[in-house]
Ligand binder design. Structure first.
Ligand code: AHR
Length: 516
């Protein structure tokens, strides 16, 4: 080609490559592979609040239902969650937890008093799903229960009684009551939330006030040496409220604190959250901006915790995270029912990569929520049940549970929208007990492919397989009529030559590679 003509064309070619979506290649380097940080399986935890159709008409249909169930809980939900290897389930809230009196949910169901769900739709619940129902469900699922105790409107005694009821093997008023109600052996619940969002629906407390309240509850639900091995989790900050974390870490003795929570929702604007399906690219970009903020949040909250707990004994527990949009048209505004699209899949993949990469401090997290509420993994409509794109991401990522983190170093290409930018690529990697390596990759960019290059020689890996979650449109979802519209498929669009792997990530896709 004539060189003058080429010089004339060069800028145009550059503009085409950058704006029309040509793939950009990013080299990912392995960090220190001698690190032995475990990705705690509890990062992949879930959350079931008494909210909308999460418990009643969700998990729980009652044992006289025509829908196949185990002690009233839908079998299709049980099987789907078992398949997800759900490590823990948080219950009964959320805001509901600080209104819940556990003694109303035990004993013969016909004798149980009702409760008005004051935060979520003002509906009256019959308390037919209570402590036994929840803890037995966790046993069936093989998941650790994570109970959120009532601090806001309960008492220290009520909380201590709940611990004794669920955990005490000897003779006591509460263990006798448990036995009367048909359960001989204790469940040994390990994870206990001391209230929820104490700065808001949990009592509108100041950080100083709550720190003192926390110390009192933490004292009486245990003994001198915490011989029951309870993990006592303090209600944590909302988003970037670093003062909350600082105050709690400073004022609560380390030995009284097993975990400190953090809540962060990917909300565009609390007054105008936007639709869960028919969103614009502007709204997608805003949601992802909020989602990727998680990186900064866990980094900064961890840095504060490091000051007071340099040995990283206390867990950072992100026990509420996910996308929050306007409710689906025609549904109860208090029930927080929303659809789940490829936007949610990208959000979940990128967030879980952040948690994996911060596994040294983030040791537990709970997606909000599990069934029929917010960024659910499961949606139900009468006898029908569907698995959402978020479910599929969780399923693809379960390979990271309890695997050893492999730190990575790379500079992400940018996703640009109307002059604003976000990192387009998110990656995390781990090695499991069989020495199989899994690398999860997300391309956040709504339009451009991105290519990742990895030298697998370094780890002596020779065989690669991959699965992908992608779809034609960002707004695509699984409906009750088309439940398998979005599903993981085998992915082959990668090159593996002389040990160097090149993977092309389509726009808004999630890929998990397995290398041996
Ligand atoms: O997940 C819905 C609600 O969000 C929870 O009840 C509360 O903790 C948070 O504000």
């Amino acid at each position: 080609m004539n060189t003058k003509f080429f010089k004339f064309l060069q800028p145009l070619i550059f503009i085409c490559i950058t704006t029309l979506g040509y793939s950009q290649t990013t080299t990912v380097k392995w960090g220190n592979t001698n690190d032995t940080i475990k990705i705690n399986k509890h990062i992949y935890g879930h959350f079931a609040e008494h909210l909308g159709r999460s418990i009643y008409d969700g998990f729980y249909v009652g044992d006289s239902s025509k829908i196949a169930n185990t002690n009233g809980v839908r079998n299709d939900i049980i099987n789907a969650l078992k398949d997800l290897k759900i490590p823990n389930l948080r219950w009964p809230g959320g805001c509901f937890a600080d209104t819940y009196h556990w003694k109303d949910g035990i004993g013969p169901k016909e004798n149980r008093p009702t409760i008005v769900n004051q935060w979520w739709g003002g509906v009256t619940e019959d308390n037919s799903f209570g402590t036994h129902d929840f803890l037995n469900l966790c046993e069936v699922l093989g998941a650790e229960p994570y109970l959120s105790g009532n601090v806001g409107s309960g008492t220290v005694q009520e909380f201590a009684d709940w611990v004794q009821y669920t955990n005490f093997d000897g003779k006591s008023p509460m263990s006798d009551l448990r036995k009367e109600n048909g359960r001989e052996k204790p469940w040994n619940v390990k994870y206990w939330g001391i209230g929820n969002e104490a700065w808001g629906c949990g009592g509108n407390m100041t950080a100083d006030y709550y720190a003192n309240i926390y110390r009192t509850y933490a004292t009486f639900i245990s003994d001198w040496t915490n011989s029951g091995g309870l993990v006592r989790i303090a209600s944590g900050a909302s988003g970037d409220d670093y003062n909350w974390t600082e105050t709690l870490m400073k004022n609560v003795p380390n030995k009284m604190l097993g975990g400190l929570a953090l809540h962060h929702y990917s909300v565009i604007d609390w007054e105008n959250k936007g639709p869960s399906v028919d969103f614009t690219e502007n709204q997608y970009f805003s949601t992802m901006t909020e989602a990727l903020k998680m990186e900064e949040l866990v980094t900064k909250h961890s840095a504060i915790m490091d000051k007071y707990d340099p040995d990283k004994k206390i867990d950072l527990v992100v026990d509420e995270w996910g996308g929050w949009y306007d409710v689906q048209e025609g549904t109860n505004p208090g029930f927080l029912y929303q659809q789940n699209t490829m936007r949610d899949a990208v959000l979940a993949g990128a967030t879980l990569n952040i948690f994996n990469n911060h596994a040294a401090r983030v040791r537990m997290a709970n997606l909000a929520q599990c069934v029929n509420v917010l960024q659910a993994v499961i949606l139900t409509d009468k006898a029908k049940m569907i698995l959402t794109p978020t479910y599929h991401v969780m399923h693809m990522y379960k390979v990271h549970q309890d695997a050893t983190l492999i730190p990575l170093e790379f500079e992400s290409p940018l996703y640009t929208f109307e002059g604003k930018t976000l990192p387009a690529v998110s990656v995390s990697a781990s090695k499991d007990s069989t020495k199989t390596v899994h690398i999860s990759m997300v391309n956040v960019d709504a339009h451009k492919e991105n290519t990742i290059e990895l030298d697998l020689n370094v780890l002596g890996l020779k065989n690669v397989t991959a699965s992908i979650l992608s779809s034609k449109n960002l707004q695509d979802y699984n409906s009750f009529d088309k439940p398998n519209n979005i599903q993981p498929t085998n992915y082959k669009d990668f090159k593996f030559k002389k040990g160097v792997l090149q993977v092309t990530l389509p726009p808004f896709s999630v890929i998990v590679l397995e290398a041996k």
